[in-house]
Write a protein that binds this ligand. Structure first.
Ligand SMILES: Cc1cc2nc3c(=O)[nH]c(=O)nc-3n(C[C@H](O)[C@H](O)[C@H](O)COP(=O)(O)O)c2cc1C
Length: 235
């Protein structure tokens, strides 16, 4: 199997258009949900107030093109809410302030070999506040359709732009997850382009999100997000 380089996706991004998807699974103790709709795409957002309060509110912010990364963000948020945190799951571009939160999970779909600009801008804009609380990053991509050392290495490289943009932020953990390849969400041109690329790489259409892997990664955040002191300044 051949893996993607960032350059291989540079041109594909310009032809992607309309998406239409919705992912929303209720959970947690007291949950309010919403969907932010832009250009026909539904992006899940929710707030969950836990019964077993830790007194900590966590932000799960994400960037997405077609909405499916919102499902991953919601699963992470639900897991943390079940662990006693209050959780707001939001599109990164809708978050004005990070200061109310005691920890942040920030994630993005991958496009053209990188996090989406909204997520990178979020980290850059909030890097000072985020350097003072525990932060975890995650991404979704199709490279991880097959989980191999090579695909992992490539997926890790997709996070380099945000690590460079906000070097003060030192994530306590990073999650790398397989995402969704759904041609029905692309316009005719994008579908043709992506189909050709994916077929050449041997990647079929499908939803490759591994919910066990996602929730078990989120469970691993409970201790670093709940224990103080958490921030070690290496500089
Ligand atoms: C235009 C475009 C470019 C993409 N570029 C990459 C890429 O460089 N590497 C990769 O592994 N996946 C790539 N993907 C796959 C997406 O990261 C994956 O489908 C993701 O789960 C989509 O999440 P979303 O529904 O939240 O937008 C690309 C998808 C599209 C449509």
């Amino acid at each position: 199997m051949k893996y993607f380089t960032r350059r291989e996706f540079m041109w594909a991004g310009s032809v992607l258009a309309g998406c239409a998807a919705s992912l929303l699974v209720p959970g947690g103790r007291t949950l309010s949900v919403g969907k932010a709709n832009a250009a026909g795409v539904d992006f899940s957002e929710s707030s969950c107030n836990s019964r077993d309060k830790t007194g900590k509110r966590i932000l799960v912010a994400y960037a997405s093109r077609c909405g499916t990364t919102g499902g991953v963000a919601e699963a992470i948020g639900r897991t943390l809410c079940d662990a006693g945190f209050d959780v707001d799951t939001r599109l990164a571009k809708h978050v004005e302030e990070v200061s109310p939160y005691s920890a942040v999970v920030l994630g993005s779909a991958v496009s053209r070999g990188s996090w989406l600009p909204d997520a990178i801008k979020f980290a850059q804009r909030n890097r000072e506040d985020m350097s003072g609380v525990p932060v975890a990053y995650f991404l979704t991509c199709v490279t991880l359709y097959e989980d191999t050392p090579e695909s992992r290495k490539l997926a890790q490289s997709y996070m380099e732009p945000v690590l460079k943009a906000a070097p003060e932020v030192r994530p306590v953990d990073s999650g790398f997850f397989a995402g969704v390849l759904d041609y029905s969400k692309m316009n005719v041109v994008a579908r043709m382009v992506m189909k050709a690329k994916m077929q050449a790489k041997g990647i079929p259409e499908g939803d490759f999100r591994n919910w066990n892997a996602i929730t078990s990664w989120a469970k691993g955040l409970i201790v670093p997000f709940g224990n103080r002191p958490f921030h070690i300044n290496i500089n």
